[in-house]
Each structure stands twice: as structure tokens, then as C-alpha cells.
Write a protein that binds this ligand. Structure first.
Ligand code: IPM
Ligand code: MN
Length: 348
């Protein structure tokens, strides 16, 4: 099989970790006889500083010809926060209608977690974050900007269609997992319109999935359970904003940003895979950042492309690398970036 992959290395340490991700894809491609045709795109902060645009105006159209997108990291110290994130990250998520942001929270063996007395058997769940609605749509504005009577609004928008497709995806995912449990995370005790819609849709769609055990947690309590009893979770479905927040917490419980990966999924379109971490500008070019999160995102990409065995090979190689004892911790400087990529590639 041959796949066309758009590669967007991005800013800061993005290019360094992407090189290692591609190295591991190369190794597994060789083993499983999978071909990848890569096209690189220089989109991000440097391009913005040089040309005034983060990416060309037809970027979304360009991406449509690919089977998937592999993204490093975006964010540049010389560019005002929000510009690249909005144009590139949200631009592609929204433009390609990647309505699911899939974020596994899985503690691998031999990885330290700050959660006392918890191990890999306790921390293994996956967050389905709705990815196109909520406060992220950019509805709102200012009146009397800068004056004492200033008013700012930022509206959370939920559509029945948007909620339903996220919830349905989560039920389907829960069906594929042995524990068959889906937890809706919301704030329906306060957000009595938007999250009432979530509650109703969750129950309506759930009627079609009698095998799935339905659970519910308010988002604040969810943060507590994620620390206290993470073993209670199997699949979580939640809104865009809450999903953003709780998955940083989740990432810390699985060993930190060095390992956490995500997929922005359009099940019938072009999906995009990336580490959850940012571009860590201060480490740029130092060969110290751990590329495991990006390699892990590559495994998610393979899985999405239908290359289940190859995806498993990569995950197994990550686990073997962690068990080898050659990666003392997942933070910066534990092992050179390229040596880590070599190690995982050698274990595929
Ligand atoms: C993430 C990031 C983005 C988000 C930002 C950079 C726009 O925090 O992928 O979690 O909020 O979705
Ligand atoms: Mn985030």
C-alpha cells in the first residue's frame, strides 16, 4: 500500500521530532511493505515572519489530496500568541472538518506517573474531544473596547449535529474496547442550555448502544477522578474546551508531554496527527527533546489509515524502548532526540 502524507514540521522543535517520527515510519514501512509519499510544507512562524502568511490561502484545498497530515508543533516566540494557532491548527481542524480530537491517556510500563500507587493497569483510557464547536468557533466580540464599560463576549456554540457526531464516534469507539464504558463529561449543572443538549443527545444516541455502560461526570469532578481513580475511565466524551483542559491533566498522569499524542479525525476526510506538546522554542536545534509523542502520533496515523499491525508495531517498539532502560525519563535532555528515534526504529 502507498499513502500520500502531508508533513508539516512547524516551528521550534517541531522539525526535529518529525524527522524521528518519519524515521520510525520508514522502519515499519519496510517491515510491513508500506510505502509513504511525503510532501513537506514549510507552514508556521518562520514563513509568517518572512511572508506575512502562516500558510497559503488554498492550504485547506492543498491538504485534501492527502491521505493524512503529520504535524510537528506550532508556536513561534517572535509571533504574537494565537496567530499561528488560529490560522494553522484551528484553520486545518475546522477547514477539514476534523470533528474529533482523539487523545489516549495511557501509562506505559516503566514510565513514572505522579499518581501515587497507580500503574499501567489503572491509567488506560481515551478522551474523545469534540473539535469544531464550543468557544473555539470565534463567535463574540467587544463593545467599548478599552473603556471602563467594556463588554467582551465569547460564545460557546453547540449544534445538535456537531454534538451527535462526536457522541456517536465515542459510542462506536467504546464498542471496540473491552470495558464498554462511556463517560460524558460536561458542566450541565451550570451550562443549562448547551450541556443540556449534550445530555439529551448522549442519552438518545446511547439508546442505540445497549451494550455500553453510560456514565457521567461534571468536569470539575472529572479532574478529581482522573487523579484519584483513573481506572474508572474507559472512553470519555466531552466538549472542545473541557477536552483541551482535561487532556493536559491526562498527559501529565501518563508521564507528561513527552509521550502524549493526538489525532484530529475526520472519519471520511483528511485527518491530522500531532503530539500534544508545543514547539518548545528554547530547545530548538539542541537535539534534546523527546520525540516519543510524535512517534506515538505516527502510530495513531497508521491505525487510522487501516494499518493496524504497523500501528501496533510502532506502539510495541515505543514500549520496548521504554523498557530498555535507555530513556531515563521523558523530559528534555534524557536522551538525544535522534538517538531516541534510532532506538525506537531499531525495535520496530
Ligand atoms: C491543543 C492546543 C490548541 C487547542 C491550541 C494551541 C489552539 O492547546 O491542541 O490542545 O486549544 O486545541
Ligand atoms: Mn491544549
Amino acid at each position: 500500500m502507498a499513502y500520500k502524507i502531508a508533513v508539516i514540521p512547524g516551528d521550534g522543535i517541531g522539525p526535529e521530532v518529525i524527522v524521528e517520527g518519519l524515521k520510525v515510519l520508514g522502519a515499519v514501512g519496510k517491515k510491513r511493505n508500506i510505502q509513504f509519499e511525503y510532501e513537506h510544507f514549510d507552514w508556521g512562524g518562520d514563513r509568517y515572519l518572512a511572508t506575512g502568511e502562516v500558510m497559503p490561502s488554498n492550504a485547506v484545498e492543498l491538504m485534501r489530496q492527502f491521505d493524512a497530515i503529520y504535524l510537528g508543533a506550532v508556536g513561534h516566540p517572535d509571533v504574537k500568541a494565537g496567530i499561528i494557532e488560529h490560522q494553522l491548527l484551528l484553520g486545518l481542524r475546522f477547514g477539514l472538518d476534523q470533528y474529533i480530537n482523539l487523545r489516549p491517556v495511557k501509562l506505559y510500563p516503566n514510565v513514572d506517573t505522579p499518581l501515587k500507587d497507580k500503574g499501567p493497569e489503572d491509567i488506560d483510557y481515551i478522551v474523545v474531544r469534540e473539535n469544531t464547536e464550543d468557544m473555539y468557533v470565534g463567535t463574540g466580540g467587544f463593545t467599548h473596547k478599552g473603556e471602563p464599560i467594556e463588554v467582551a463576549t465569547q460564545v460557546a456554540i453547540y449544534t445538535r449535529q456537531g454534538v451527535e457526531r462526536a457522541v456517536r464516534y465515542a459510542y462506536d469507539l467504546a464498542m471496540s474496547r473491552p470495558r464498554k464504558t462511556l463517560t460524558l463529561v460536561d458542566k450541565s449543572n451550570v451550562l443549562t442550555y448547551g450541556h443540556d443538549l449534550w445530555q439529551r443527545v448522549f442519552k438518545e444516541v446511547g439508546a442505540e448502544y445497549p451494550e455500553i455502560k453510560q456514565e457521567h461526570a461534571y468536569v470539575d469532578a472529572c479532574c478529581m477522578w482522573m487523579v484519584k481513580n483513573p481506572e474508572w475511565f474507559d472512553v470519555i466524551v466531552t466538549t472542545n474546551m473541557f477536552g483541551d483542559i482535561i487532556t493536559d491533566l491526562g498527559a501529565m498522569t501518563q508521564g507528561g508531554m513527552g509521550i502524549a499524542a493526538s489525532g484530529n479525525i475526520n472519519p471520511k476526510g483528511v485527518s491530522m496527527f500531532e503530539p500534544i506538546h508545543g514547539s518548545a522554542p528554547k530547545y530548538t536545534g539542541k537535539n534534546v527533546i523527546n520525540p516519543l509523542a510524535t512517534i506515538n502520533a505516527g502510530s495513531m496515523m497508521l491505525d487510522f489509515l487501516g494499518e493496524k499491525e504497523a500501528a501496533q508495531d510502532v506502539e510495541n517498539a515505543i514500549i520496548a524502548a521504554l523498557q530498555s532502560g535507555k530513556i531515563p525519563h521523558l523530559g528534555a535532555g534524557a536522551i538525544p532526540t535522534d538517538a531516541c528515534g534510532d532506538l525506537v526504529a531499531s525495535l520496530v
